[in-house]
Design a protein around this ligand. Structure first.
Ligand code: ATR
Length: 273
């Protein structure tokens, strides 16, 4: 029986057991997926002893993603680009790392809005943390000509522009409404939309009507950011799809079946929000 888990501190909030537990049942797999509360000072020891603990791999959530990347012996490009890993697996004795946020976001976007490039504008990204890096990388890989990064702390946006080269440009946070009006896609990667964490203060007036507005926050499912965009007639993409799709590659590595993200699974998650 293959065993996998998610590690974090705290880890209680993680919805990953719900997703993987659903798939294990759906595909009749004799496996398990548990939550493991691991403190920062225990992460290295836990991961180096993954095999002895009986695990074939794990997910990694906040705040251990950077440490997991540093500890893994091999990393896919997805993790190297972000310098953080959310999915680990063993190949023999070697620990491999990937960051599946790029895959999760881009897959859900192209499933839910296949014509997200309906017009030629830039992609605009709010925030400059690990999630922003994963998403910028996804759009560059998809061939987008220009990505604008708006961040409260401008130097972090500049660091992303420097990492990815001339197709990525850093912008002041105060320009986030004016500077994103011609966007084909606008994505919020900041925690600012989280329940109780305040508002992003966007003004969607004058936005190109083909603009797709996406959030990676999924609690609440319809954030104020998405509600305001919708009120202006813009198409929106919620954060739950990214969460569901980012889980696919890990499940396949650990349990040998590529699982489907279905409406039924989504409903299970929605009921838990
Ligand atoms: P992650 O790796 O999950 O993306 P992170 O590295 O902590 O998380 O980054 C959080 C992002 O949310 C940052 O861009 C942060 O802006 P700063 O770089 O200025 O800190 C942004 N953020 C968090 N709270 C915010 C708020 N209230 N308003 C605007 N941006 C916010």
């Amino acid at each position: 029986m293959n065993r996998a888990c998610v590690i974090g501190w705290p880890v209680e909030h993680s919805r990953s057991p719900l997703i993987h537990g659903y798939w294990l049942k759906e595909y009749g797999i004799d496996g398990s997926y548990t939550k493991e509360a691991v403190r920062a000072e225990e992460v290295a020891e836990f991961l180096r002893g993954l095999k002895e603990r009986g695990f074939v791999g794990c997910n990694v959530t906040v705040p251990h993603k950077e440490m997991a990347f540093a500890i893994a012996e091999e990393a896919e490009e997805s993790a190297r680009v972000v310098q953080a890993a959310n999915t680990l697996w063993l190949e023999g004795d070697r620990l491999f790392a990937a960051n599946t946020d790029t895959y999760g976001f881009m897959t859900y976007l192209s499933h839910s809005v296949p014509d997200w490039r309906a017009h030629d504008g830039p992609v605009c990204v709010l925030g400059a943390g690990g999630a922003a890096r994963a998403i910028v990388y996804g759009f560059l890989d998809a061939g987008v000509d220009e990505v604008r990064v708006f961040n409260r702390t401008r130097s972090r946006a500049e660091a992303i522009a420097e990492q990815f080269g001339p197709r990525v440009k850093a912008f002041d946070w105060t320009n986030r409404s004016d500077g994103a009006r011609d966007a084909c896609v606008l994505v919020n990667t900041t925690a600012a939309g989280l329940k109780g964490a305040g508002t992003l203060g966007m003004d969607f007036g004058g936005f190109n009507q083909d603009c797709v507005v996406a959030d990676i926050v999924y609690v609440p499912l319809e954030t104020e950011f998405l509600a305001q965009a919708r009120a202006q007639g813009l198409r929106t993409v919620d954060g739950l799809g990214m969460l569901l799709h980012q889980a696919v590659p890990g499940f396949e590595k650990w349990f040998g079946v590529r699982p489907q993200v279905t409406d039924k699974l989504r409903a299970v998650l929605v009921a838990d929000i």
